[in-house]
Design a protein around this ligand. Structure first.
Ligand code: MG
Length: 357
């Protein structure tokens, strides 16, 4: 018989079909995307409504989606700081955030892992320099590890893996969708952060999808490791959530309408505090129950707590409040007159401890 004309009648079992055709078919039906829900399950929660905002034009920035974290609205640069946590020297001019050459990168105070990031930028006009020296900046994930190149690539030849919208040193964009210098351009980026296990071994690579001015230019590419000049370095372990940063490459590139949406489970917001603040919290605190709590800096700059013989990595929810992710241990730093104190709580209540001089 000619099997090309056989229809898979809904009533036929897979076993019957297999017997009929003398072939082996997969023994189970395809699993649903989430095995906790039936296909068309009436009890499955509906997606949360989100006002999607509006698109930008050259004349006017758009309005971010309602659930976005706004990183720059044309006026307020407070979500940003210099890399060490001190105030940035970048300036706000004509409703844009502008790189001041020589002032260093800027980073967000808040940390992000998997996310959707919207960035609008304009390279200087009239253009100066050529190749990598023309309108160079960059959008970084993982603090300063993974760069999506920002460059004036409009009629400006440079190496492919350093063009605008490249994953620097790794992936050129699929096409060059650049607008002329001075015009507003935008990146819409879907970022998946790399994951590391407790021993610091790579569990999954970073992944990125990127639209440049609405044109797909990076299609779910896997990063080989950090981006950097000259070498493709291997991954090294870091926290899943870290600040985003923008590069100072010596050109006064402008930014506007910056927003980000966190993807994945909703967690507490996490912030990267200045080293001076974390150093100030480090030390031994004497509890009133006859044992001490020890705060110190971890190898990657995080704040570590040794408490009850167990080490915890502490994440900053605010400039004074920290939490662990493995156990509900929280710490609130306070200043009590001349004394620095911390209230440590485990699931409930709180124990006040005074810092030893
Ligand atoms: Mg760059």
């Amino acid at each position: 018989m000619n099997t090309r004309h056989v229809r898979f009648a809904p009533g036929f079992s897979r076993a019957a079909l297999a017997l009929w055709f003398g072939v082996v078919l997969p023994s189970s039906v395809p699993a649903p995307p989430d095995p906790h829900w039936l296909a068309h399950d009436r009890d499955r929660p509906l997606p949360t409504p989100v006002d999607p905002g509006t698109s930008s034009t050259q004349e006017q920035p758009g309005r971010p989606p309602a659930d976005a974290v706004v990183l720059f609205d044309g006026k307020d640069m407070s979500p940003w700081c210099a890399m060490d946590g001190s105030p940035t020297k970048w300036v706000v001019r004509n409703d844009a955030m502008e790189c001041v050459p020589g002032s260093g990168y800027v980073r967000t105070r808040r940390c992000f892992g998997d996310c959707q990031l919207h960035v609008e930028f304009a390279t200087p006009t009239p253009p100066h320099g050529e190749g990598q020296g023309r309108g160079n900046s960059g959008v970084f994930f993982g603090l300063d590890r993974y760069e999506i190149q920002v460059l004036d690539s409009y009629g400006n030849k440079t190496y492919a893996d350093g063009s605008a919208a490249s994953v620097y040193i790794q992936y050129p964009p699929l096409v060059n969708a650049s607008r002329p210098p001075g015009q507003w351009q935008w990146y819409d980026i879907v970022w998946t952060a790399p994951r590391f296990d407790a021993e610091g071994k790579l569990r999954s690579k970073a992944c990125v999808t990127l639209f440049h001015n609405g044109v797909l230019v990076q299609n779910h590419v896997e990063l080989t490791g950090p981006t950097g000049w000259l070498t493709r370095a291997p991954y090294s372990a870091h926290p899943e959530k870290l600040p985003l940063s923008l590069q100072d490459h010596g050109n006064p590139v402008r930014y506007r309408n910056l927003w980000v949406r966190e993807l994945g489970p909703r967690g507490k917001p996490e912030f990267m505090l200045a080293n001076t603040v974390l150093d100030g919290y480090s030390g031994t605190y004497e509890l009133n129950r006859g044992f001490n709590a020890e705060f110190s800096r971890g190898p990657d700059g995080t704040l570590l707590l040794k408490f009850g013989g167990t080490p915890f990595t502490m994440f900053a929810e605010s400039p004074t409040h920290f939490f662990a992710k493995t156990t509900d241990v929280q710490a609130e730093f306070q200043t009590d007159g001349d004394n620095k104190t911390v209230v440590i709580s485990v699931g409930e209540g709180g124990m006040k401890a005074k810092k030893l001089k």
